[in-house]
Design a protein around this ligand. Structure first.
Ligand SMILES: [Zn+2]
Length: 362
């Protein structure tokens, strides 16, 4: 079904275009026209995160072509459905979508990684950007496999964090954990807090979850989310803090949810015998960390990198958010008009907010 709202290439919208490192401009660009299988959605709310800031500072990232439209987390309303799209989509429907799609099961050929059950490593993964705009075009692959309807009574803000939550759900699913284990999460930003919430919900009250951060306000939220301990390790020795709090200086599973080399180094130092370091926060390519292979071998230390999400994780994230199982209202601490994108990017860096959302002007 094609709607008759009358959007066309002659109509312009003011959207964020990333031109390179620290060069983002609000420009008038044509409102896209959905092609076969595609959908055009109005962005009701977009969310800005640390990945956006990294992309902005580096001027490059695997998931975005530069120059190009910017922003990858959004929730909105379908305004136009392209020819041949699935019949379940119609104008006026409220939706949320992930920022990528791996091979479709009926695609020919399906890539090697998707055939081996590793869709987050899909060799032809299709990323979508353009959330920092009044309208966003959703490619057909994404429409097919990674877009979900949002019930009419659920505010867009409640589901706008679907993509980051899906990353955490994906990772939690893959981390080897026993009920009586101790988990340390480095970083109590929105991702670290999602980790706390998701682990607590999945493993119940027995699991010891320690949240480490430099900011007391974030640690307080971690406690609300279910952390057993929230420790401020600024200027202190994390191993000593841990020993004082839980009686041992290390943990069975350590989650690096900061995305820096020093945090990875610290996480490795906190990973105990038989333990696992989960490299979750992304670091730019080319940064190296010396690893004591002797210790890694004789203490069976695993280093488990987990990136991105898969379609079932995205579906699960939507379900949890719609059901109100994640206290999103604790995470969204600032609302700005889209025109203040630069300020929002600055706020992410200053860590003065947990999560900022941007509201486009239609
Ligand atoms: Zn693939």
């Amino acid at each position: 079904m094609t709607s008759s709202i009358g959007f066309g290439s002659h109509r312009l919208m003011r959207a964020a275009v990333l031109h390179g490192a620290e060069d983002v401009r609000m420009e008038d660009v044509p409102i896209p026209v959905p092609g076969p299988g595609e959908v055009l959605a109005r962005v009701d709310v977009a969310s800005i995160d640390f990945t956006d800031r990294k992309v902005y500072l580096r001027g490059q990232h695997p998931m975005i072509k530069i120059p190009g439209l910017f922003g990858h987390e959004w929730a909105g309303t379908i305004v136009e459905v392209g020819p041949g799209a699935e019949a379940r989509w119609r104008a006026g429907q409220r939706v949320v979508a992930a920022n990528s799609a791996p091979c479709l099961p009926d695609e020919n050929p399906v890539c090697r990684q998707c055939r081996r059950g590793r869709p987050s490593m899909c060799e032809t993964i299709q990323y979508n950007n353009g959330a920092f705009a009044p309208y966003i075009l959703v490619p057909s692959r994404l429409v097919r496999i990674n877009m979900h309807e949002v019930p009419a009574d659920v505010p867009a803000e409640r589901v706008v964090l679907t993509e980051p939550l899906a990353c955490v759900i994906h990772a939690v699913r893959r981390v080897p954990l026993q009920l009586l284990d101790t988990v340390v999460i480095l970083g109590a930003g929105p991702m670290g807090l999602f980790w706390v919430n998701t682990l607590r919900r999945r493993y119940g009250p027995e699991l010891v979850i320690v949240s480490l951060d430099y900011q007391d306000d974030r640690l307080a939220v971690a406690k609300v989310m279910g952390a057993s301990h929230g420790l401020n390790s600024k200027g202190g020795d994390a191993r000593e803090l841990l020993r004082a709090a839980i009686g041992r200086p290390d943990a069975d599973v350590v989650i690096e949810s900061v995305g820096s080399l020093p945090a990875h180094r610290e996480a490795l130092g906190l990973t105990g015998r038989g333990g696992t370091l989960v490299s979750f926060g992304g670091v730019a390519a080319g940064q190296t960390l010396p690893v004591d292979i002797g210790r890694v071998h004789y203490e069976e230390i695993s280093i488990l990198p987990i990136y991105h999400h898969t379609p079932p994780d995205v579906a699960e994230a939507v379900q949890q958010l719609v059901a109100g199982e994640v206290p999103v209202e604790r995470l969204i601490t600032a609302r700005l008009p889209l025109s203040e994108l630069r300020r929002a990017l600055q706020m992410v860096g200053e860590r003065t907010t947990l999560r900022s959302v941007l509201i486009p002007d239609h």
